[in-house]
Design a protein around this ligand. Structure first.
Ligand SMILES: [Zn+2]
Length: 130
């Protein structure tokens, strides 16, 4: 038991890390950012094709904004600040495009399936799309 305690706690550091609130925020941002890969991987495996779900862009945006906040107010490191300073632009752009595409889809009156904007007939039931 003492061995495990000493392995985790060393010189008042848990896992060798000096903890404070900002460290928690930094790890939270990193965790959210990392989770986007799991979401994207899951969606891809489920569909058996490479898919980038909307959640991927939300996790990217939230994770990078939290990481940027951590870098500006705690780390004060220009390299990390610069690497996170502009990444929100493509994330927001992708979310806008996602929304536009979703709104442009037509719903089949016959079966309720969502179809691409350019489709004239529903591939599911063959009904004409208006
Ligand atoms: Zn249909």
């Amino acid at each position: 038991m003492d061995f495990i305690h000493n392995l985790l706690w060393h010189q008042d550091k848990f896992l060798g890390i000096t903890w404070n609130a900002w460290k928690g925020i930094g790890f939270l941002g990193n965790g959210i950012f990392f989770s986007r890969f799991l979401v994207q991987w899951y969606a891809t495996e489920k569909r058996k094709q490479v898919v980038v779900p909307q959640a991927f862009w939300w996790l990217s945006l939230v994770g990078s904004v939290i990481t940027l906040t951590y870098a500006i107010f705690y780390l004060k490191d220009s390299v990390i600040i610069l690497s996170a300073a502009f990444s929100w632009i493509p994330y927001i752009r992708s979310l806008i495009i996602h929304r536009r595409h979703k709104n442009a889809q037509t719903t089949c009156a016959g079966c309720g399936q969502k179809n691409p904007p350019q489709a004239n007939y529903c591939p599911n039931c063959g009904g004409k799309l208006i």
